[in-house]
Ligand binder design. Structure first.
Ligand SMILES: [Mn+2]
Length: 437
């Protein structure tokens, strides 16, 4: 059960659809169905033109250190965060491949906690990393203790959204954290601690590693990394640096469009539409303070300090959706993503109940919105939270609450969010009530 499958999960993918810029004449043109071309070497990713020699040698040192630290390990686990998203799956898969490139016989397993719910993410995992191990929380302590090296992707030791958080694991065996989430105050660090909050996706960091290690990139790897970056940066439209643009652009040449289409345009289950219907029915719109007819006076002395940054990023409306019974935890982020697309909505908040926890997902459209700080201050010590300026999430565990108490807790979160956004006095309007807007 713990043995990973080192083979490409998609048989003959490379030979059927191999892209080769040089031989094809046009970079990215499919060469497919030309057996004679399949012997051509796989491409390497070339680093950005402005990548300094210092950055390159720092990257090379990191790769050397990784190889040195993993060489004698008996059992290596690449661990994605719980309920992995495309960026985590892409980065985890790429790191697994990189470790095999550095140490060909490396005993490496790819794993995660929680569940992969969103249809696109599930399809991506099935097509790209079907060998990934799902580790149940109640068995995490026992299963993880069998690994003498763990590497975290798209998360970091002090974050609350991975299985290590639940157990006692020797910190010196956490060899790498490759992440782009803002660091927590805690000083727990991985041996190689590569946390770059300015970067749009962890897949971008892995693309850099792959380029520096001069590892060959096949279509499966290119498609995974490309989709991870596309998904986390919404097609380079948010939270993007030059490094993300480089990775996205260079990987795009090697993407298998069939594979990408299978992931992005997967058929959706009926329960998905029922979930969306529940979300729409519950959605309320609250006016942001700036857009109210009577302006609030300049000196808002009694506002909590945190409201300043968040409230300033509130224009138009705040959308709040409640899901009282979610079939999967990542439905909340899917709904928040959808609601942020509504015209005049600058904040989309989705609050849901999954098993014994309240799941919070927040999206904002302004780059200075500090969504992560907002969710962290709401959750406090009652759970775990994290995120960036425009995307954040959290969970609050309510293990001993009755179903009715959970629903009451969920309702109770709404005024707290509105207050933090300076919209505490705003009266909600049901989205689906035609007379209200
Ligand atoms: Mn990410």
């Amino acid at each position: 059960m713990l043995t990973p499958n080192p083979q490409s999960p998609i048989p003959n993918l490379q030979s059927r659809f191999f892209f080769c810029g040089k031989d094809a004449g046009i970079i990215g043109a499919p060469v497919g169905l030309h057996p004679s071309r399949t012997d051509a070497p796989l491409p390497h990713l070339s680093l950005p033109a402005d990548f300094s020699t210092q950055r390159k040698s720092a990257g090379e040192r990191r790769i050397q250190q990784l190889r040195g630290l993993l060489t004698d390990k008996q059992n290596i686990l690449v661990l994605m965060h719980n309920d992995p998203d495309p960026d985590a799956i892409a980065a985890g898969y790429a790191l697994e491949r990189l470790i095999r490139h550095l140490i060909p016989a490396a005993p490496v397993t790819l794993g995660h906690g929680g569940m992969i719910g969103r249809a696109e993410n599930r399809t991506m995992a099935q097509l790209i990393a079907p060998h990934a191990l799902r580790i149940p929380t109640f068995e995490a302590a026992e299963i993880l203790s069998a690994y003498d090296a763990i590497l975290l992707v798209d998360t970091q030791p002090s974050a609350g959204n991975h299985l290590l958080y639940e157990i006692n694991y020797p910190p010196e065996q956490v060899i790498l954290a490759a992440d782009h989430h803002p660091p927590k105050r805690s000083q727990i660090r991985a041996v190689i601690h590569d946390v770059r909050p300015e970067v749009g996706a962890t897949a971008t960091l892995l693309a850099e590693y792959v380029a520096i290690a001069e590892m060959e990139v096949d279509e499966t790897l290119a498609t995974a990394l490309f989709y991870g970056i596309k998904s986390d940066t919404r097609g380079l439209s948010r939270h993007t640096t030059d490094l993300d643009i480089w990775a996205y652009t260079v990987l795009r040449n090697f993407v298998n469009t069939d594979l990408l289409n299978q992931i992005e345009h997967v058929q959706l289950s009926r329960s998905y539409f029922r979930g969306i219907s529940d979300a729409l029915t519950s959605t309320m719109l609250y006016r942001c303070p700036e857009s109210e007819g009577e302006k609030t006076p300049a000196g808002k002395g009694d506002e909590p300090e945190e409201a300043e940054g968040n409230g300033a990023a509130c224009t138009g409306f705040i959308s709040v959706s409640l899901l009282f019974q979610m079939s999967r935890p990542d439905m909340a982020s899917e709904v928040a993503d959808l609601m942020l697309r509504m015209e005049d909505v600058s904040w989309a908040i989705c609050l849901g109940i999954f098993e014994d926890r309240l799941v919070i997902s927040v999206r904002a459209d302004k780059p200075n919105a500090q969504a992560g700080r907002l969710v962290r201050s709401i959750v406090g010590k009652n759970g775990t939270a994290g995120g960036h300026d425009t995307m954040a999430g959290g969970r609050i565990h309510v293990p001993n609450a009755s179903p009715a108490q959970r629903i009451a807790e969920l309702h109770g979160l709404v005024p707290r969010f509105l207050q933090m956004l300076g919209a505490g006095a705003s009266v909600g309007m049901p989205l689906l009530d035609k007379s209200s807007l």
